[in-house]
Design a protein around this ligand. Structure first.
Ligand SMILES: CSC[C@H]1O[C@H](OP(=O)(O)O)[C@H](O)[C@@H]1O
Length: 353
């Protein structure tokens, strides 16, 4: 993949369709380096998702949608009257990139439905329009969630967040960090304590960088500081995103989220999950049924590119966990807020979607 220095590196500009190609702000390099990588094919897009050049549930859905556009362009150019089989294969390649975030499959299904009604003429313009609509809708949903989430914060407080559920994890603005941005603008959040989020360090590398771009006070902390910080007082909320929400309200999110939810309940800190309805998977009844991605041992046994563990030692690296619905005080979606989520409330909200 080549790079292009002509794009502006900003959290809200991490996924860019430019010169009929896809450019991704390389989140593996942030914050030390801001570089865009060119994805010129569906295969390169799938690789970028798998390698976490781009990550975050809505962000990989938006990215995969553009990957389908690249696929249609390539296969239409190669075989103008027989491009569908190649595009179908690329849809499967993109779907196999990562297993947990439902937004990837939700976005690909939207592209499949658009494909189904296209005739054999050039599919690219219609597919690009659909991908851009998915991208635009995601940003609008995040801005709406920001408003709804901020309104729940009654008195000014500090908050803890985990991983990165910001503009970098979405089409822009962010889910959890979208609430933070809106609440801070309304004078309701003083400081954000960002868990570094081992092993991939989305918090110390991405959330801290994002909040600095928005001039929001942020303090990075090791993941195991959260308990004593809550015990000290002054933390009103834990605000996180999600990669998949089961039909009963169980929330799958970055590893360590479940630990935060238990601590929050113990310390009387409220626990908010901000996620668009595209993150709710009614086909999965409970959190235990959500596939949890396991990544390589090297992510755990290294830090900042330096090996820290001994040779030949084993490592366990599940990168998501499940927080039971009963530990979630509120789920904020773009369609509304669900207090004390359960299957009936999730079903009622989704019936309106
Ligand atoms: C707004 S969804 C962000 C969500 O995705 C992250 O996982 P990863 O960085 O591995 O893609 C994490 O679970 C965030 O909460």
């Amino acid at each position: 993949m080549e790079t292009s220095a002509s794009l502006v590196a900003h959290p809200d500009n991490a996924i860019v369709w430019h010169d009929d190609n896809l450019f991704l702000l390389d989140q593996r390099a942030l914050p030390a380096e801001t570089r865009f990588l060119l994805c010129a094919s569906a295969a390169e897009t799938a690789r970028a998702i798998k390698d976490m050049v781009v990550r975050g549930a809505p962000a990989i859905g938006v990215t995969a949608a553009y990957g389908v556009v690249l696929s249609a362009r390539d296969h239409f150019q190669q075989e103008p009257t027989n491009w569908r089989a190649g595009v179908d294969q690329d849809l499967e390649l993109l779907a196999a990139a990562r297993p947990t975030a439902i937004n990837l499959f939700w976005a690909l299904e939207r592209m499949r439905r658009r494909l189904a009604v296209l005739d054999q003429l050039d599919p690219v313009p219609a597919l690009l329009t659909e991908a851009q609509r998915i991208h635009r809708d995601d940003v609008a949903a995040n801005q709406r969630m920001g408003e709804l989430g901020a309104a729940l914060i009654e008195t000014p407080t500090d908050v803890i967040t985990h991983c990165n559920a910001g503009a970098l994890a979405t089409g822009g603005y962010g889910t959890a960090l979208g609430v933070v941005r809106s609440a801070h603008a309304a004078g309701k959040i003083g400081r954000v304590y960002a868990d570094e989020t081992r092993p991939w360090l989305q918090g110390s590398r991405l959330t801290a960088w994002e909040l600095q771009q928005s001039d929001i006070p942020v303090t990075v902390q090791a993941d195991n500081v959260a308990a004593s910080l809550m015990a000290r007082g002054g933390i009103g909320w834990v605000i996180v995103g999600s990669d998949r929400i089961a039909a009963n309200g169980d929330v799958c999110n970055k590893i360590g989220t479940y630990m935060l939810a238990v601590l929050a309940r113990h310390h009387g800190v409220r626990f908010m999950v901000a996620a668009p309805t595209s993150t709710i998977d009614l086909k999965v009844g409970q959190g235990a049924d959500i596939p949890i991605e396991e990544r390589g041992a090297d992510e755990v046994l290294s830090c900042g590119g330096n090996r820290v563990g001994p040779d030949a030692v084993e490592a366990h690296n599940p990168v998501f966990d499940v927080t039971p619905a009963e530990l979630v005080d509120v789920i904020v979606t773009e369609r509304g807020v669900i207090e004390q989520p359960d299957a009936d409330k999730i079903g009622a909200l989704m019936a309106e979607v």
